[in-house]
Design a protein around this ligand. Structure first.
Ligand SMILES: Cc1ncc(COP(=O)(O)O)c(C=O)c1O
Length: 376
C-alpha cells in the first residue's frame, strides 16, 4: 500500500471513520505498553485470567470511572456486555416486552429502523410514535411531532443518528429528551454520542451502545440499566437476561476483557480532559469549524436540519455524485481518510468523535474551501 500523507510526528493520518472510530493517542500508547506487560505483572492484559487480581482492578476501575463521568446513581447497574448494540435490539424486548405488550419506537434513522424491526419478533402491537423516513431522517422530532397511542411499556430512541448526522439537541448543544408518557421508561441507543456531552442518566431506564465510537473499541457493549428493569418479563436463557449479567458483575462468562480494559483507559482519558462539560465544549467547537464551511457555501449541502445537527457525524454532499467521489479521493491524498458517506445515503460523512483532533477539523475545513474554489 502506498504511504499516505501523514500529520505530525506520529506518522498517522486524520481518521474520520464512523466506527470503529479513532482513539486518543494516550490510550493507544498505554495499551501498546500493557499488551506486553500490565502493572509489572510480567503478563500482558490480553493474557490475564478474567477472574484474577489484575483484571479485578481493571473492571472495578472501568465501572467506577464510568459512574463518576456520567454521575450514575446507585440504583443503576453498569454492565459490559457483548454482541454489539445490535444485540440490544432483541435483548430489550426479550427482557421488557410481554408477548401482547406495547412499546413505542422513535424511528430517527437507519439504526433506529433496525431496532424497531426487531421488536416485531416479540409483539405485533408495538408502534412508531415517530417515523422519520418521509423527511429522509433530516431531523429529530419535536414533542409535538411525536404521537403516542396505547400506553407503552417503554419508549425507544437513538440519541445520535450516525448515518444521517442528526442528534437530539437544544440550540446550545445540550441533550434534548423527548417527552414520554408518565412513568414510562425511556431507552436510548447512545452508541455514537455516549459521553460526548453531559447526560442526565435519571431521565432513562436503560442506556446502551457499542463502545467502538466514543468510549473504546468493538467487543463490548455498555449498558446502564435501572434496577427495576433487571427482572425479565419471560423465561429466557441465562445469557440473555440483564439480571444474570448484573448479578455476576459482567462476568457470568469470560467477558471481552481487552475491550473493557480499553474502555477503562478511555474513561480515565475523559476525566483527564476535565469531564463531560469540557469535552462537550470542545466537541461543539470542533463541529462548528466544519458546519461554518457548510453555512457559508452554495456548493455543499448538509443533510441534517440545522436544529438537529450532530456534533459527532457531519453529513454533506457536493452538487453531484461524481464530485462527491472526487472529494473523497482527493481528501485521502491530503491525509484525510474515511470520509465517504454510508452506502445508504451517499455523499460524505465526517465523524469527529471525542478523540478526533481539532487539527483534523481545520484541515478538512481548509480542504473543503479549496475544493469548492477549484470545482464550484
Ligand atoms: C447508533 C448506532 N446504533 C447501533 C449501531 C450498531 O452497533 P453494533 O455494530 O455495535 O451492533 C451503530 C453502529 O454504527 C450505531 O451507530
Amino acid at each position: 500500500m502506498k504511504s499516505p500523507v501523514t500529520h505530525a510526528a506520529s506518522g498517522r493520518i486524520f481518521n474520520f471513520s464512523a466506527g470503529p472510530g479513532c482513539l486518543p493517542e494516550e490510550v493507544l500508547r498505554q495499551a501498546q505498553h500493557d499488551i506486553w506487560d500490565i502493572d509489572n505483572s510480567g503478563i500482558g492484559i490480553m493474557e490475564h485470567s478474567h477472574r484474577g487480581k489484575v483484571f479485578d482492578k481493571v473492571l472495578a476501575e472501568a465501572e467506577e470511572n464510568c459512574r463518576k463521568i456520567g454521575n450514575i446513581p446507585a440504583n443503576y447497574k453498569v454492565l459490559f456486555l457483548t454482541g454489539g448494540a445490535t444485540s440490544q435490539n432483541f435483548m430489550i424486548p426479550a427482557n421488557l416486552l410481554p408477548d401482547d405488550g406495547v412499546a413505542a419506537y422513535l424511528t430517527t434513522g437507519y439504526w433506529a429502523e433496525k431496532t424497531w424491526e426487531e421488536s416485531k419478533v416479540y409483539s405485533s402491537r408495538c408502534y412508531e410514535a415517530w417515523d422519520g423516513r418521509p423527511c429522509g431522517h433530516d431531523h429529530c422530532p419535536s414533542d409535538a411531532e411525536i404521537k403516542y397511542g396505547a400506553k407503552p411499556v417503554y419508549v425507544h430512541m437513538c440519541s445520535n443518528n450516525t448515518i444521517y448526522g442528526t442528534q437530539w439537541r437544544n440550540p446550545d448543544g445540550t441533550f434534548r429528551y423527548p417527552k414520554v408518557p408518565d412513568g414510562v421508561p425511556l431507552i436510548c441507543d447512545m452508541s455514537s454520542d455516549m459521553y460526548s456531552r453531559p447526560i442526565d442518566v435519571t431521565k432513562f431506564g436503560l442506556i446502551y451502545g457499542g463502545a467502538q465510537k466514543n468510549v473504546g473499541i468493538a467487543g463490548t457493549t455498555f449498558c446502564i440499566i435501572r434496577d427495576d428493569l433487571l427482572k425479565p418479563v419471560r423465561k429466557l436463557p441465562l445469557m440473555l437476561k440483564y439480571e444474570t449479567h448484573a448479578k455476576d458483575g459482567s462476568r457470568h462468562n469470560t467477558p471481552p476483557a481487552f475491550a473493557i480494559y480499553v474502555s477503562g483507559l478511555v474513561f480515565k482519558w475523559i476525566l483527564a480532559q476535565g469531564g463531560l462539560t469540557r469535552l462537550h465544549r470542545h466537541n461543539e467547537d470542533k463541529a462548528k469549524i466544519i458546519y461554518d464551511v457548510l453555512d457559508s457555501s452554495k456548493f455543499y449541502r448538509g443533510h441534517a436540519r440545522p436544529d438537529s445537527r450532530s456534533s459527532m457525524n457531519i453529513t454533506f454532499r457536493t452538487p453531484s455524485e461524481q464530485l462527491d467521489e472526487l472529494f473523497v479521493k482527493e481528501a485521502l491524498k491530503h491525509g484525510m481518510d474515511q470520509l465517504k458517506g454510508h452506502r445508504s445515503t451517499g455523499g460524505m460523512r465526517a465523524s469527529v468523535y471525542n478523540a478526533f483532533p481539532v487539527a483534523g477539523c481545520k484541515a478538512l475545513a481548509d480542504f473543503m474551501r479549496e475544493f469548492e474554489r477549484t470545482h464550484g
